[in-house]
Design a protein around this ligand. Structure first.
Ligand code: MOS
Length: 731
């Protein structure tokens, strides 16, 4: 086939669903009101560890409108069979209302179902529990980590450290943080016989389907999950959390459709979070800053009932910089908390904060420019896997970033620049995230009116899947963007992988392109074999489609439209199924970036302001520049939060989260986010996937917090190794 002209891909399109969203017409999970819907409110455990000895529901049940109060004492035993879904963790997932044990503060211990939300909310406060409470352990600092750590070893790091002329040792402690997306988690569940329909907030419609099929012991085919719009997620809507089962159980027991929305407070223990870590680094180098050895010893919190070990937290220590000797240990520490989960840039963000801070410390120790230090340690191959990189253009990221940011004007001495009361500093950090890919399918239909419909059971939690897939489809079909509709978020569509890990464009984009290529070829074949077509007898390989018209690539006058072709052939539509299976690759595939930050720190008050940031990214092909910027700028906002504001605080005496609301859990606001800019290196990675992308949504977050932390050091001369960096830590 002739390559299609690319008109939509690369064009700065705004969101195709933008109008629906800003006019309130996009239907989020809570916007679904099936006939007869009733409301469920979850009752949370008031203690973090112990046993429920009795439940008194009489006052709650006496409230007008209350239909049912369900708890472990009266709930049916659910099968809770094995869930083959890929998001399952070692251990046993929380089984709602199946026993009297309390495993964390805020664990769901009952649900009230009522005809109005207000009745349910009020009655939920009237459910009384007797609990035998035990002292919980929720503090990562002193808790033991039983079991065997995950390890990695290359060379002999201990001896290499001993003989290194320069040695540093530091421990970094990034705080627990919560996703805090705008949309609350909601499930609307409706049974018809043994068939279940869910309207759910999810990054993966297959995930609640698999979970509920296992929990209720029904075939997955009986469950339909619909989730066309997601109001932000960042990873917390990838798993099916306990409230989804509670909604389905409440609907089953009341015989009514049930709507269940977690409150903002309940998000802090009803869904996962980014775990707190202790990350100890020892590094050795020669006097020229070339790394000889690095050890990484990590401890991270998890729940007692499931082991959440974070994918991606070890990789950077193995392959980011040339390091002959590496040793890593990673221990998960079971605590009386709910289970953590991936949060944007999972693993890599944590590792980058520690490693990129450590590199900055080494640069300062040796008096070498931080960028130059990284250049001296830039590897030619992936030492962990002993493989070449598909594409790795970090040197260009450094060069373009330094030039654009004005890095050369920097006085290397910390605390050397003042602006009135403000100490000014700049810092940088490297970012990376691996290019994930997974099998996916999409179906494509071209209608007789010359418009196309493309469907795949993927999701759009905010990156703009609707828009970017429309762009890919429009070019592959040779249609204008306005003539293509992309639909997602329904288990009735062909399957797609989890919308996470920055794999959606790589995987679903490739399958959309494949389906559209197949459909275009079908149309071209129909034309060249049709005696009445102006293209009759032409070589299919010479035909392209543009603006809905098939024509010879070199003789544009010879051709006809899809509409004419279908009408003459009495075809209502053409249909195709696209598929994508990741090709085996001998290369190591990652997206990269360099992030630069300038901060001002009030010398008397310790207050930190980010004055400007620049990120330069090597992420392969950029499908949708507007949306790429939305991802990159949004990630900088998130990274400012991680660096300076966000911290889920637990009272370790009773295991309660004390700032489970947006008044006390601080996130950046407009005044915190000025002058944020992102640039992308031109190019594509053809080895990574057919659309040439390396993933963008995660890598853009990864370097932000360490760049800011390094800038704070440069401004003040004070190294803060705990996140967030607060005013107190700088006084
Ligand atoms: Mo992302 S943490 O994979 O949704």
């Amino acid at each position: 086939m002739s390559p299609q002209p690319q008109a939509a891909v690369g064009a700065p399109l705004t969101r195709v669903d933008g109008r629906l969203k800003v006019t309130g017409q996009a239907t989020y999970a809570a916007d679904h009101h099936p006939e007869g819907v009733v409301h469920a409110v979850v009752v949370d455990s008031p203690v973090a560890r112990g046993r429920i000895t009795s439940v008194d529901t009489s006052a709650a049940e006496a409230e007008p409108g209350v239909l049912r109060v369900i708890h472990h004492g009266n709930a049916p035993t659910l099968p809770y069979g094995p869930n083959p879904g890929s998001l399952n963790l070692p251990g046993a997932r929380l089984r709602v209302f199946q026993d009297d044990q309390v495993r964390f503060h805020g664990q769901p211990v009952a649900v009230v179902v009522a005809t109005t939300l207000e009745s349910a909310q009020h009655a939920a406060t009237l459910v009384k529990f007797d609990v035998t409470a035990e002292t919980p352990t929720t503090d990562l600092t002193d808790a033991p980590a039983p079991g065997t750590p995950t390890t990695y070893t290359r060379g002999d790091a201990e001896s290499a450290l001993q003989s290194s002329p320069v040695r540093l040792e530091m421990t970094y402690r990034p705080a627990r943080t919560h996703h805090n997306a705008m949309e609350l988690h909601t499930t609307v569940a409706q049974w018809e016989g043994d068939r279940l329909t869910l309207w759910d907030k999810t990054q993966w419609v297959q995930s609640p389907r698999a979970e509920l099929a296992a929990n209720f012991g029904i075939p997955a085919q009986n469950i339909r999950v619909i989730s066309p719009y997601v109001g932000g997620a960042f990873g917390n809507a990838a798993r099916a959390w306990p409230h989804i089962t509670i909604a389905a159980l409440a609907a089953r027991l009341t015989g009514r459709p049930v709507k269940l929305t977690l409150s903002r407070e309940q998000l802090y223990y009803g869904v996962g979070y980014r775990p707190a870590y202790e990350y100890r680094i020892r590094l050795g180098s020669d006097r020229g800053g070339r790394l000889t050895a690095m050890t990484h010893d990590l401890r991270a919190e998890t729940s007692r009932y499931e082991t959440f070990a974070e994918r991606g937290v070890l990789a950077p220590g193995q392959m980011l910089y040339t390091t002959p000797h590496v040793s890593q240990t990673y221990r998960t520490v079971p605590l009386d908390v709910n289970t953590p989960t991936p949060m944007r840039g999972p693993g890599y963000s944590t590792a980058a904060f520690a490693i990129e801070s450590a590199m900055d410390e080494l640069a300062h120790e040796l008096g070498i420019d931080p960028l130059e230090l990284r250049r001296r340690n830039e590897p030619e191959t992936d030492q962990a896997a002993d493989r070449p990189f598909s594409t790795r253009r970090l040197r260009e990221c450094y060069t373009v970033g330094a030039r654009t940011f004005g890095w050369s004007r920097r006085n290397p001495r910390p605390r050397s620049t003042r602006d009135g009361d403000w100490l000014i500093g700049t810092g940088m950090a490297t970012a990376l995230y691996d290019t994930l890919r997974a099998p996916a399918q999409a179906r494509v239909r071209l209608d007789a009116d010359g418009t196309a419909l493309v469907e795949s059971a993927t999701s759009d939690m905010g990156p703009g899947t609707y828009t970017s897939m429309t762009q890919v489809a429009a070019d592959a079909l040779g249609l204008a963007v306005r003539n293509v509709t992309f639909r997602l978020g329904d288990t009735a569509f062909p399957p797609a992988p989890v919308h996470g890990g920055s794999l959606t464009m790589a995987s679903v984009g490739s399958t959309v392109q494949d389906g559209c290529d197949r459909l275009r070829l079908q149309a071209i074949t129909l034309a060249v074999e049709d005696e009445d077509s102006p293209l009759y007898g032409a070589d299919a390989a010479d035909v392209v489609v543009r603006g809905g018209r098939l024509h010879l690539k070199d003789t544009p006058a010879r051709g006809e439209t899809y509409r004419r072709l279908l009408a003459r052939n009495d075809r209502d539509s053409l249909d195709a199924l696209g598929s994508y299976t990741p090709a085996q690759s001998r290369s190591s595939m990652y997206a990269y970036g360099a992030v630069f930050a300038e901060v001002a720190v009030d010398a008397r008050l310790g207050m930190v302001r980010v004055r400007r940031m620049l990120g330069v990214f090597d992420a392969g092909r950029i499908i949708s520049p507007e949306l790429a910027d939305s991802q990159a700028i949004g990630a900088m906002v998130g990274g400012i939060g991680a660096a300076l504001l966000e911290h889920t605080v637990t009272d370790h005496r009773d295991g309660r989260i004390v700032n489970a609301d947006l008044a006390d859990y601080l996130v950046p606001v407009n005044a915190d986010t000025r002058d944020l800019k992102a640039l992308y290196l031109d190019g594509r990675d053809d080895e990574a996937n057919p659309v040439g992308v390396k993933g963008l949504g995660e890598v853009v977050l990864v370097g932000v917090a360490p760049a800011i932390a390094n800038a704070v050091f440069h401004a003040t001369g004070r190294r803060v190794r705990d996140l967030p960096i607060t005013a107190e830590s700088l006084l």
